[in-house]
Design a protein around this ligand. Sequence first.
Ligand SMILES: *[C@@H]1O[C@H](CO)[C@@H](O)[C@H](O)[C@H]1NC(C)=O
Ligand SMILES: *[C@@H]1O[C@H](CO)[C@@H](O)[C@H](O)[C@H]1NC(C)=O
Ligand SMILES: *[C@@H]1O[C@H](CO)[C@@H](O)[C@H](O)[C@H]1NC(C)=O
Length: 482
Amino acid sequence: MGFAKFKGCFVLVFFVGFLVGSVSGIGVNWGTQSTHPLPPSTVVKMLKDNGIQKVKLFDADSDILEALKKSGIQVMVGIPNDMLYTLANSLQAAEKWVSKNISAHLSSGGVDIRYIAVGNEPFLSTYNGTFESTTLPALQNIQSALIKSGLGNQVKVTVPMNADVYLSASDKPSDGDFRPDIHDLMLQIVKFLSQNNAPFTVNIYPFISLYSDANFPVDFAFFDGFQTPINDNGRIYDNVLDANHDTLVWALQKNGFGNMPIIVGEIGWPTDGDHNANIKYAQRFNQGFMSRLLAGKGTPIRPGPIDAYLFSLIDEDGKSIQPGNFERHWGMFYYDGKPKYLLNLGTRTNSLVGASGVAYLPKKWCVLKPSANLNSDQVAPSVSYACQNADCTSLGYGTSCGGLDVRGNLSYAFNSYYQVNDQIDSACKFPGLSVVTDNDPSTPNCKFIIMIQTDSAYYFRNWRRIWSLPMMVFVFLFLNIM
Ligand SMILES: *[C@@H]1O[C@H](CO)[C@@H](O)[C@H](O)[C@H]1NC(C)=O
Ligand SMILES: *[C@@H]1O[C@H](CO)[C@@H](O)[C@H](O)[C@H]1NC(C)=O
Ligand SMILES: *[C@@H]1O[C@H](CO)[C@@H](O)[C@H](O)[C@H]1NC(C)=O
């Protein structure tokens, strides 16, 4: 009887925890590495129109935080990796960061900041261990600064990790543990998070599994069943998200932290830049994920709903394509805030609501001159310059513009450069090759974009545009001399 009573109590606590806990609705990542970002107020309206309750940022841009004020949206603020060294080595710097980027926004009556993401995937193997010695001390300093400013309970720290900080010795989640080379470091971080009631955050990318392994079974990346599921001592895994997530649960459990809350910091599917990155797959993945989430369905070990942030809200044409050409196409919305596909977020409508009041540049495109000589020795340097300084990630095998011929390819590159540079005349002066037209060169699959107007505040803060003008003058002088 006594035991039953205890059990009842436990169930009640569990339910209350579930209702008031952080698991409510869906979050999105709002990245800003765009040549022409939408104004923060426009994006906040999009978030609200789509019933999105949580947003994850990659820094602490004060204009963005200002726009989120009194929006009712919960915020995870980010600290970029390049600040970790300073924050690790100076408690004072951490106190300043918290005071300027957290306290100021909370006390002025308004931004609902819940988490600070200290670093972003700092143990990614491409960083060669650069952030291994600074991540934990930076985390500790930020936590101390939060406590000192009285925010220790209100705002929680976390570190968004790439999913390869843990692995399984077999295909079974139950063989999961932290990666041997960073095992001790991961334990120290997990222990610190646990001591401060903070969650573990992980970014999980079934798309990358498919991208990096030609033999990866496509259906295992999605949520509509898989012919040969993994049977892990009676737990059935028919999709890689569940298997990956529960590998982390096992890694935590094996090291004594089986109850640590987990946030999926990034999850999503890109729509261009690779033959597996397309609208059909992105919709299948994101809707499959959302439908599970809306049904309150979690993973075999943690059956409750997952706390997750979709990656991402809007395409970012200024991102590095070092990970792959798909990197600029993760958005549920295009650069201009137009929805890419139907998606039911379980909120107000069954389809995504686009940005309103977006102003475009005039309907003009820069294309290859019909009379251009393709044997000109200007062709190669022109296209490579345009692509390096604009965006040609929609060209190539299996992409949206992959069906263009050589002439179409050149036009696409020239137009991209022209639009990124706000249609200024000098951005359509590829020697003897280019001309401005008002006939839309788009094809049914391949969109030749018209860039959006950005306000002057953003214009001058944008590194790419500041550098591209003198660079362009230099290169054209150089090409003309040749
Ligand atoms: C606040 O955050 C911004 C954006 O990440 C950063 O540039 C700035 O240095 C931070 N302020 C302090 C005092 O650290
Ligand atoms: C990591 O190491 C590789 C190979 O040594 C090198 O090419 C790359 O630039 C390094 N990356 C960083 C971020 O240091
Ligand atoms: C168009 O450009 C892409 C990317 O540079 C290239 O992969 C493709 O082969 C080109 N197509 C033609 C027909 O030249």
